[in-house]
Each structure stands twice: as C-alpha cells, then as structure tokens.
Design a protein around this ligand. Sequence first.
Ligand code: CMC
Length: 430
Amino acid sequence: MENEGLSIVDKRTKTTYDIPLHKGTVRAMDLRQIKTGPEDFGLMTYDPAFVNTASCHSAITFIDGDKGILRYRGYPIEQLAEKCTYLEVAYLVVHGELPTVSQLKEWVSKITHHTMLHESTKNFLGGFRHDAHPMGMFISTVAALSTIYPDARNVRDPGVRQLQIYRLIGKVPTIAAYTYRHGFGYPYIYPDNDLSYAENFMNMLWRMAEPKYRANTALARALDILFILHADHEQNCSANVMRSVGSSQADPFVATAAAAAALSGPLHGGANEEVLKMLDEIGSKDRIPAYIERVKAGRVKLMGFGHRVYKNYDPRARIIRRAAGQVFEVTGRNPKLDIALELERIALEDEYFVKRRLYPNVDFYSGIIYQAMGFTPHMFTVLFAIPRTAGWLAQWQEMLQDPEQKIARPRQIYTGYAQRDFVPIEKRGA
Ligand code: CMC
C-alpha cells in the first residue's frame, strides 16, 4: 500500500524521517539519509549472516518455514515429487513454467546431448589422488569446465547463458559419476543417450562389463525424487554464493564451482555425510540418550537437525522418509534407519529441541537412502550438488536479469586502528 511506511525519529538530531515500506521491507539505502551532519556517512544496517535481510526479489522458490511449506514456482514440492521427473522440475525451476510436451522433449534432448565430457576434462579427473574426496574433485572439475568453454564468459547474451545451462545440467552427473569411480580405480563410463537422467547417472556409476546397463526402475525413480527435492531452496548459503560470484559477471562454471564449495560445508550440504558419521558413532539405540545429553551440553550438534528457515518439519524430510520404504524394498532395510527414527522420536520430545524448534531437515534421512543404494558417505554431498545445479543456474539467471542487481559488495563496520605511522622493522621490538 502506498501510504505504508515508518516514521523514524533520530534522537540525536530530533529529526523525523518517513521511510516507505515495500512488501514488508525497508530499503537499506533509505536509511542512508539519516545522519547527524554533512560529514556523517549515514545510517547502515548490521546483519551478519543475513538473518533478517532480503538480498533480492525472487520468483523461483517459496518457503514458509513456520508452516513447513516449500514450493517451486508456486507448485507444492509434494505434487512435483509425486508427478514429475527431475528434468521436468529443472525446466520449471530454470524457466518459470512447467514445460509442454514439445518443450520437455527439446529440453531433455539438449541436456542429454551435453552429458559428454571433453577428454582433457576426463584426464584432469584422472590426475587426482586415488583417495581424493569426491566433493573436492567435483568442485575443481566444474571450475575446470571454464577453461574448455571460454564462450561462457559472455554472460550478458541469453543464448550463451542457455547453452551453459544445458552444459552444466548435462555434465554434472558425468563428473559426479567419475569422481565415484575414481576412488575404486574403475574406468570411467561414457554417457548412454538412450537412458533417462537418473538411469544414465546410474549407468555411469555402476556399469561394469555388461554391454548395456539396465537400471532398477524403483531405484532410478527414488533417485529422481531425491533430485527433485534438492533442486532449489531459495537464498541459502550456496545460492547466495552463486549470486555473489555471478554478480561480478564471472562465468557460470566458476560460479557453480564456488556455490558447490559453499554446499560442501557440514552446516550446509555436507551435513548429509555428517549424519551418517553421527549414526555410526551412536551405533545402537541404547546409546541415543547419552548422545542427546552431549548435544544439549553443546559438545556436539545433532547433524541433520535444525534450519535457519524451517521452524517446523522440513517437508523434504517427510517425503524422503516415505521414499525410503520403496528403496528398502529393493535394497533391504538400512539398520541405521531404526537409530535415526528413534533419535528423531527422542529429540522431538525433548525440551531442548522443542524450545529451539529444531526438526529433522532434508539431510537427516537422505544419507540413509543413499547408503542403502550403495553410495559411500563421502559421495552424499556430490549427490546434493547434481540437482542443486539447476537451482543455482535459475538464481544466477534471475540475478543477471534483475535491473536492480549490481556487483555484490557488503559494507562493514571497521573496528581496526585509526591511522598510524609506519614503524621500521628494527624498531618493532623483540
Ligand atoms: N543441534 C543442536 N543444537 C542446535 C542445532 C543442532 N543441529 N541447530 C541449532 N541448534 C541450536 C543452536 O545451538 C542455538 O542454540 P542457543 O539458542 O542455545 O544458542 C539454536 O539452536 C539456534 O541455532 P542457530 O545456530 O542460531 O541457527 P542457525 O539458523 O544459525 O543455523 C543450521 C542453522 C542449519 C546451520 C543449524 O541448525 C545446524 O548447524 N544444523 C546442523 C547442520 C545441518 O543439519 N545442516 C543442514 C541444513 S539443511 C540442508 C541445507 O540446505 O544445507
């Protein structure tokens, strides 16, 4: 509403300022006029970790953290997970609408025809030590694609951007599969264009001497659902990095690598690997209460619990819990599920978690499924990065097309010395 606004009284100068509100927010630049005199820089806001600061307008993903709602482009995550393929959702996230039959056909065909890696990229991967962490290999190799596609630097050209989107969504499963096989010393498997996105990924992961890989359809569908759930999550740490690096007009390969680096941390996408380590450490149900006491004493965190935005059950965790049943019908039950379920039950009844509104997040159950499928924990975050690439690219495009966006450059509150005179080294003491 036009007459919505704030009146701010600066007690220092006894001046009243009328500050407009837009969609429930104050523009930080509107505060700059609040100053004590011409020499004063003007008021800034201070918000480490962006706890209460919107950095952009976005039409991609909606989250209501109190109600536990997640929607991509307005569509509830539950409906998308039930009815779509991952590539259909990736189209929706990137382009804003669900594809028509012909749009989907073209999208799938374009992505399928960009799954192959340049042989020099394959050789680059071969140069890592046998025990290199797959996420480090993934990040470096995505960055290395920048050297293969110098045309990608022309980020202002929509056609060039579109081509890099095909390339990145097409190639991330190939890179991911090669990081996996590298650890076993197995030869890398070329993509198979007859297969769906998830099936082809499984082909590149697990095909051995058989002439044609046949994926288990239930596992391929479960993987596709996990990909859908991880496609985007609005302004999280890695999306913010994608936008920030992209705002300097760096090419999308290095920006995606930077976003993947942000994802790798244990407080973000790296949490799925940490959950498995935690479940291993707990080992059996009878040891859960003692572990919970350590969490409450602040000695460890309950990994896979808590979220900056969700103060309710993460809707993705709910869908994953259900999908786990379908996977276990094929793979057999992962015994860690029983520890996780009991851990969740005890935590959700405990005052420490209730008071802080800490619920399981997406990473709490995803690793249990991945492990049942045969992945080792150090692959889990790579499995998160594959589908999140679509989200990062959607955020990147939206940022570049937003006339209000500029190079990201926060302010600081300087707390260092005022000016001092240089001291020669011989006079600096012992
Ligand atoms: N275990 C124990 N205590 C916790 C946890 C946890 N997992 N998460 C938050 N808390 C406590 C925290 O110590 C603080 O307590 P107090 O008020 O007494 O100081 C309170 O809850 C608020 O937490 P916060 O650290 O201020 O919350 P945040 O929004 O800064 O952090 C988080 C969010 C996800 C980093 C955090 O909950 C966490 O570290 N969780 C474990 C790691 C994890 O599972 N990460 C995956 C997030 S979902 C996937 C993704 O999108 O990356």
